[in-house]
Design a protein around this ligand. Structure first.
Ligand SMILES: Cc1cc2nc3c(=O)[nH]c(=O)nc-3n(C[C@H](O)[C@H](O)[C@H](O)COP(=O)(O)OP(=O)(O)OC[C@H]3O[C@@H](n4cnc5c(N)ncnc54)[C@H](O)[C@@H]3O)c2cc1C
Length: 387
């Protein structure tokens, strides 16, 4: 282990394990079958304080550091990515308010976001704007003393179940202009805020994913988060820490898949011996473990750098490396786990095919791994990396 866990981290890890085993694991078949959002799991996470992890203590949160959140998400994801994904999307909004909101917003919203009644959703992606954030077309126009928002957000995690929506919209008129984007907090129930159908996804069943539709949504100017024109900065630099938490989720998934594959290889007998005795299987297991340990090293290092200096270029570099490496590792490890289980791996009862489907999201969401590699290359060429 790269870091010696503190008593608090050990307790959070143990609680995460218990939640996964006692509450999440038994609900997986139903989530897979129906795709319905399991409110009972959200309630358990709230009861155990998981929504409060990123919220500072002065706003009724637990105010733990990024590394501790990584440890929590990693543990939760060993069984299912549902819980960390729910928390991850909500914590992105918490982080934006924590880092960029004014004192009134912090006092009003952060305590509310500490349980399942105040789930939040991060609304950046649009039908025409995915990796290319600058092409977004949702608008926020100042009319008297209110902003009026119009547009459509796509693939939004927690859409419909969330109470709070952080909407990125154009406030300037210039095309492809970083300073023309701003962020606004919109509450569910505001007239004109609607949701599309829940998407039918490859994996991550149980998560709510839908369009968020804004038609003449009128909000007070006080709902602007950060400065006018600061939205691009919030969506990029502000999210480095959250990105590392996503990487930790992928890491946990990989660890869960490896554990299943290793156990299975010791039990499955072919040609008169456990398949773990075949070198071909051992070599695969060895590669899987190395991928996991390398990812863990990058994630923990990234979290520690960001905990020291959240906006450092080095933190941004390591956040992208951790996200890219860990999510690629999760994809490879979960695919190899299916291979080790052979035909059984392809069957739902053995869990690894679900993990393989879930792993794919983490290479795409939160900035695709192609985009992460571009960020890594840019920082390298700017001399950010020091050996
Ligand atoms: C299940 C799920 C949940 C999501 N949740 C949220 C959410 O809560 N909030 C939110 O805002 N968004 C969310 N997203 C959206 C996600 O962030 C985007 O899907 C992602 O950023 C990619 O955008 P895109 O799908 O439009 O792909 P595109 O940007 O169209 O990319 C298509 C392909 O082209 C590649 N590509 C694009 N540009 C370049 C380039 N310059 N160089 C090299 N390759 C490039 C990409 O890597 C990708 O392989 C979610 C997506 C999914 C699937």
């Amino acid at each position: 282990m790269l870091v010696e866990l503190t008593e608090e981290q050990r307790m959070i890890k143990e609680t995460a394990k218990k939640i996964s085993e006692d509450y999440v694991a038994p609900r997986i078949p139903q989530m897979e079958e129906t795709g319905e959002f399991p409110w009972d799991i959200a309630q358990v996470l709230a009861r155990e304080g998981f929504f409060k992890l990123p919220i500072p203590a002065e706003y009724e949160g637990l105010g733990v550091d990024l590394l501790t959140i990584c440890i929590a998400y990693e543990e939760l994801a060993k069984v299912s990515c549902f819980a960390p994904d729910l928390l991850f999307a909500a914590s992105a909004v918490v982080t934006a308010i924590k880092l960029f909101g004014d004192e009134v917003q912090k006092r009003e919203y952060l305590p509310m976001m500490g349980d399942e009644k105040g789930i939040a959703a991060w609304c950046l992606t649009e039908p025409g704007a995915g990796s290319d954030i600058l092409s977004l077309s949702t608008t926020a126009k100042l009319e008297g003393d209110r902003y009026v928002l119009n547009g459509r957000k796509r693939f939004i995690t927690n859409a419909g179940v969330a109470k709070y929506y952080l909407i990125f919209a154009k406030t300037g008129t210039r095309e492809r202009d970083k300073e023309s984007i701003s962020a606004f907090l919109v509450e569910k129930g505001t007239p004109g805020l609607e949701f599309g159908e829940n998407e039918k996804k490859m994996g991550m069943h149980g998560m709510a994913t839908a369009d968020v539709i804004l038609e003449d949504v009128s909000i007070a100017t006080e709902n602007l988060v950060g400065e006018i024109g600061q939205g691009y900065y919030i969506a990029t630099k502000g999210m480095n820490g959250v990105r590392v938490n996503g990487a930790a989720t992928a890491l946990g998934l990989a660890e869960g898949a490896l554990a299943i594959a290793a156990d299975y290889s010791k039990e499955r007998v072919q040609f008169g011996k456990p398949i773990a005795n075949f070198q071909a299987i051992r070599l695969m297991l060895a590669d899987m473990l190395m991928e996991i340990e390398a990812a863990k090293g990058l994630i923990y290092k990234a979290a520690m750098i960001l905990d020291r200096d959240y906006f450092s270029p080095e933190g941004a570099l390591y956040a992208s490396m951790a996200k890219c490496y860990a999510t690629d590792a999760a994809m490879k490890v979960s695919t190899d786990a299916v291979q080790i289980l052979g035909g059984y791996g392809y069957m739902r009862d053995y869990q690894v095919e679900r993990m393989m489907r879930d792993a794919k999201l983490w290479q795409i969401g939160d900035g695709t791994n192609q985009i992460q590699r571009l960020i890594i290359g840019k920082h390298l060429l700017q001399g950010v990396w020091k050996d």
